[in-house]
Every structure is written in C-alpha cells, then in structure tokens.
Design a protein around this ligand. Structure first.
Ligand code: F6R
Ligand code: MG
Ligand code: MG
Length: 365
C-alpha cells in the first residue's frame, strides 16, 4: 500500500518557560487525533514532545500537503493553545502566526516533514525531532548518512546504495532549490550545505530508482514572521535498511554533537545533544539544543513504536562531549562565535537594541 507519513509540529505553549510541553496539551491532541482515526481520516498517530514543541505523527493515504490532514494539525494546535491559555503556560500559541486556515499549513508557523511511499515488506523509519535549533541542523548528519562512506558502510558495500543519492537543497533566504547528486557532486553539495542558516537539505532520494529516503522541515519561522518568534525546532523522517542506510548508520552521525545555531534566544551556537525522550527538556541556558529519535516499524500504515533510539549508553559519550563543549562555548558569553554572526542576528531582537544608539555614532577621522 502507498502510505503517507506526516510529522507536523508547533510550539503552542511551554512549561516552565520554553522548556517542555504540558501533558494536558498532549492529552488534548491525542483526543482529537483519536477522533480522526475513528472517522477514518488517518490510519494511525502518535503525539510526542521535544522540549516545548508538540509533535503530531500521523499516517494516512491522502498524500503530502493534504488539506484535511493539515487542517487537522492546525485545529489540534488551536485546541492545545486554548488549554495553554487557560493554564497561562508560557508563549501560548507562539508558533501560530495566522488567524485562519487556508488549505495548507505552509507559511502559517508550524513545521512539517511528510513523505509518501509504497510500504515495503518491512518498513523501519526514524523520526528525528529537535528543540532550540533550526532546520539546517540536519545538514551535517544527513550528509554523513547518505554521502559519507566513513559513516555509512552501505555506500561501499551494498549494491543497492552504491550508486549514491540525490539531495534536494533549499535556499531559504532566496526561495530557490537545487538537486545535487552524490558522490559525483559531493564538493558542490558541501559548498552549499556548509552554510546551514541558508541552504537546507529538504529531501534525499535514492539515485538508482528515485525512491524517497529522507525529508526535513525547512520552515524558518522568524523569516516568515518578519520578527523574532523563536527557532524553528526542526523535524526529519528517515527510512532505513534494505537499500537505505541501516538504523545504526542513520543514528551514527549523532555520536558527534556538532555545533548548531539556536539555544538561548535562538541566538547562540551550541552542541546538538542526542537524548532519550525523558531528557528532551532543555534547561541550561535554555539548552543545549536537543535531538530525540523515535523509531517505528510501519505495518499496513499502523505505527509500531515509538522506540527511544538514543536511550542507549552508546550515546553517553556524545552527551558528555556536548556538556564539555557547552561549558567551553558558554564562557564566551555575548561574544561570537558563541553568539551568532551579524547576518543571523538580523532575525533576532538585537536590531531593536542597535537601533537605539545608531545616531550616536560619529565619523572616524
Ligand atoms: C529559543 C527560545 C528561548 C527564548 C528565551 C527568551 O528558541 O525559545 O531561548 O528565546 O527564553 O524568551 P522570551 O523572549 O519569551 O522571554
Ligand atoms: Mg517556546
Ligand atoms: Mg521549541
């Protein structure tokens, strides 16, 4: 069967501050999605949370960017916002930028990653969810999974992967896109995705048959809103095994807690710490940025899982390294490169501060 997996997320209120989602918001979302499952709109669902972001994971047969699926997500976020408002949770309705739904959740604030595929005889997928960072945070791990033979042994060993993959990259500033093929265009790809604030990997396809392998959310909330709203706290879906990277090859890049943009006020670089579900609640300096990974086996569109893939002592060292990097980089306080570069800070509240004394500058002799 052809099944669509939709992951749609929004921050509609935090407990305490921006650190986690209140369980009543999750209960509200579950109740609504259970109703949609009974109605037959969706096949299955899971409601999860990463930091202050409410995550709706749904399977259905209606393809990507479907109006009814997006409306369901939007209405769920609105209902959760109502609960958040009643409880005076922090930033209630934060990510909902528009008043009325008009057919698609794109540009309305929430982030989403969706893919449609023919369910294989066995279909392992991993849903990654991050908090206190931006979509470009997936660039490095996606490159490692699908283009780096030192990470993914299958690129060398498995004839089904040996031809390589095609990366669709979005320029989120100029609103353009480009497809690049690896291994032959590896250096061209890196020339772009090494600037993750601007060039974001949207999807990855297997070159030999064009099969979808991975998809990310690419929304940049603050650019959309024209003001600082928060970081975009991205999600990503990756299919695994049998001609795609193995589960362990998909997880391996996260053993290195690479530096990402986000953290406090969406304005600082910090290490992306892989954590189990119970530790996905950023507190220190509102961070450091977190990533969780939820493993599922699909069975005729039903979700078996989530399995907490980073709940493994093998990732302890990555967490320890992330803490050490956090100690080091935090000591820079308000200095770059802990603080983001000036062009990235344009999308924060800093320009309002700079505005105040712009007339006090005098010309240098
Ligand atoms: C980062 C984030 C937080 C807030 C910070 C200030 O994405 O959400 O770090 O930016 O807590 O929040 P406000 O301005 O709401 O007081
Ligand atoms: Mg928040
Ligand atoms: Mg968040």
């Amino acid at each position: 069967m052809r099944v669509t997996l939709s992951v749609i997320k929004a921050d509609v209120g935090g407990l305490v501050g921006h650190s986690r989602v209140h369980y009543t918001l999750m209960e509200k979302a579950r109740k609504i999605l259970e109703g949609k499952k009974k109605e037959g709109l969706i096949l299955d669902y899971r409601v999860m949370a990463c930091g202050d972001d409410l995550q709706l994971i749904m399977t259905h047969t209606r393809f990507i960017e479907d109006e009814e699926i997006h409306r369901t997500a939007w209405e769920t976020f609105l209902a959760a916002t109502e609960v958040a408002k009643q409880k005076k949770l922090y930033g209630a309705g934060q990510d909902l930028l528009k008043d009325t739904f008009s057919g698609n959740i794109k540009g309305m604030g929430p982030g989403f990653a969706e893919m449609c595929f023919e369910e294989r005889p066995s279909e392992p997928v991993i849903v990654f969810m991050a908090d206190k960072t931006e979509p470009g945070a997936w660039n490095l791990p996606l490159f490692r999974m699908f283009a780096d033979p030192f990470n993914t042994a299958g690129l060398v060993i498995d004839p089904k992967m040996h031809d390589g993959f095609v990366f669709e990259v979005h320029d989120v500033i100029e609103h353009r896109k480009i497809k690049l093929r690896t291994p032959e265009e590896t250096y061209d790809l890196l020339a772009l995705i090494g600037q993750p604030g601007r060039y974001v990997i949207k999807s990855v396809f297997r070159k030999s048959d064009g099969e979808i392998a991975a998809v990310t959310s690419t929304q940049r909330l603050n650019i959309m809103a024209g003001r600082y709203v928060g970081k975009d706290d991205p999600v990503m879906i990756v299919r695994c095994q049998s001609g795609f990277p193995a589960v362990g090859e998909v997880l391996e890049p996260f053993a290195f807690p690479h530096l990402v943009a986000g953290w406090m006020r969406g304005s600082h670089h910090g290490p992306l710490m892989p954590v189990g579900f119970t530790n996905a609640h950023p507190t220190r300096f509102d961070g450091p940025p977190r990533v969780i990974s939820a493993g599922f086996q699909l069975c005729n569109g039903l979700l078996d899982g989530p399995i907490d893939m980073f709940d493994d002592p093998a990732f302890d060292r990555a967490r320890e390294m992330a803490n050490r990097i956090a100690d080091y980089i935090r000591r820079h306080g308000p200095f770059e490169p802990h603080r983001l570069s000036a062009d990235e800070m344009e999308y924060t509240t800093l320009p309002h501060v700079l505005e105040k004394f712009k007339d006090r500058f005098e010309k240098l002799e």
